[in-house]
Design a protein around this ligand. Structure first.
Ligand SMILES: [Zn+2]
Length: 132
């Protein structure tokens, strides 16, 4: 937000609470709210007026904008899937459940390009030497 917008924001604020807005007021508010977006601050001002009878200070607006920023733009969780076992989510150690259980699957995939999950039941049974 630039200085002109800060003055506009304060003009909006004073139209409700009749505060005196001097050059120093604009500078002081600008120093605090400069990193924020004017449109968001105006929305925060309206929200404050609608929900609070407290005398408006810059911290009110900063808090509302910061809270809105956290809730409206959720950071997507970083879920990585195993490149060998389709559909398996990598755990903290960088391996999926199947990698841990079948450590030979990764070298097999790297050598043949064949995903172990693609093996049919028959092949699985054959490879373990068990028969139905
Ligand atoms: Zn895996």
């Amino acid at each position: 937000m630039d200085l002109k917008q800060t003055a506009q924001l304060l003009a909006r604020a004073s139209s409700v609470d009749n505060r005196r807005v001097e050059q120093e007021t604009v500078l002081a508010w600008h120093e605090i709210l400069e990193p924020f977006d004017y449109e968001q601050l105006v929305a925060a001002l309206t929200l404050h007026r609608r929900t609070s009878t407290e005398y408006l200070v810059p911290a009110h607006l900063a808090a509302i904008v910061q809270t809105a920023g956290r809730t409206s733009v959720p950071i997507p969780p970083a879920i990585d899937h195993c490149d060998v076992h389709e559909g398996y989510i990598l755990e903290a150690d960088g391996k999926c459940h199947m990698c841990t259980r079948y450590p030979e699957d990764r070298p097999h995939f790297l050598a043949t390009g064949e995903r172990p999950a693609m093996l049919s039941i028959g092949e699985l049974v054959a490879s373990t030497g068990r028969t139905a």
